[in-house]
Design a protein around this ligand. Structure first.
Ligand code: URA
Ligand code: SF4
Length: 189
C-alpha cells in the first residue's frame, strides 16, 4: 500500500491524459491526511493551476467560508478534484480525462478513509455517487456506499453565479455538520 505522499509524487509526473500539456501545476489536493470529511470538486481553475492548491480562487473562498461556517478549518478536512490538471479555459473535463485521472482520487479516498464525502457539483456527483444524478433534483440527499456517507451539493462556482443557490448550498452544509455530529455520537456510545 502506498502512502499519500507517494501517490502525490507519482501524480506530479503524470501524463496519462492530454490535460498534462496545459498545466502549470498538478493540483493533487490537500488537507488532513486523516480527515473525516472530504470535499470533491471537478478540476483546477486558473488560480489552482497557478499555485498547485485546490479551491483557492473565488469558488474556493466561498467553499472555505462554508467549511468554516459549520465549524471546521480547511486543515481539518481534505479537498480534492476529479481531475488534477486544469482543463483549457475551464471547460468541463472530458470522459477520457476523468477516466484516466479518477484512480488517483480512489487512492486518496482509500488512504484518507473519510466518513463523509461531499460532492461539489454535477461532475463530482456523477462520478462518485451516481452517473444519472441531477444536481438540482438530487442535491442534499444522502447515500451510503461502503460505509462512507455521501452527499451532493451545488458547486460553489454555481452558487457564485446564482444567489438562489446560496440557501440550499448552506442547508446542505448544515446537513454535513449534523451527520458528522451523529456519527461522532455513535462512535462514543
Ligand atoms: N473548481 C473546482 O472544481 N476545483 C477547484 O479546485 C477549483 C475550482
Ligand atoms: Fe494525469 Fe490526471 Fe493530469 Fe490527466 S488530469 S495528466 S490523468 S494527473
Amino acid at each position: 500500500m502506498y502512502t499519500l505522499e507517494e501517490v502525490k509524487a507519482f501524480v506530479y509526473g503524470c501524463k496519462k491524459c492530454k490535460l498534462y500539456k496545459g498545466r502549470t501545476n498538478v493540483v493533487f489536493g490537500q488537507g488532513n491526511k486523516n480527515a473525516d470529511i472530504m470535499f470533491i470538486g471537478e478540476g483546477p481553475g486558473y488560480y489552482e493551476d497557478q499555485e498547485g492548491v485546490a479551491f483557492i480562487g473565488p469558488a474556493g473562498q466561498l467553499l472555505t467560508k462554508a467549511i468554516e461556517g459549520i465549524g471546521f478549518t480547511r486543515d481539518e478536512i481534505y479537498i480534492a478534484n476529479i481531475v488534477k490538471c486544469r482543463p483549457p479555459n475551464n471547460r468541463n473535463p472530458e470522459i477520457d480525462e476523468m477516466k484516466a485521472c479518477i484512480p488517483y482520487l480512489r487512492w486518496q479516498v482509500k488512504l484518507i478513509k473519510p466518513k463523509i464525502i461531499v460532492c461539489l457539483g454535477k461532475i463530482a456527483a456523477n462520478n462518485i455517487i451516481d452517473a444519472n444524478l441531477r444536481i438540482t433534483r438530487d442535491r442534499g440527499k444522502w447515500c451510503c456506499k461502503k460505509d462512507v456517507w455521501m452527499i451532493p451539493t451545488f458547486h460553489p462556482s454555481a452558487v457564485l453565479r446564482d444567489v438562489l443557490k446560496k440557501r440550499p448550498f448552506w442547508e446542505d452544509f448544515k446537513k454535513v455538520k449534523e451527520k458528522y455530529e451523529g456519527l461522532k455520537d455513535e462512535e462514543n456510545k
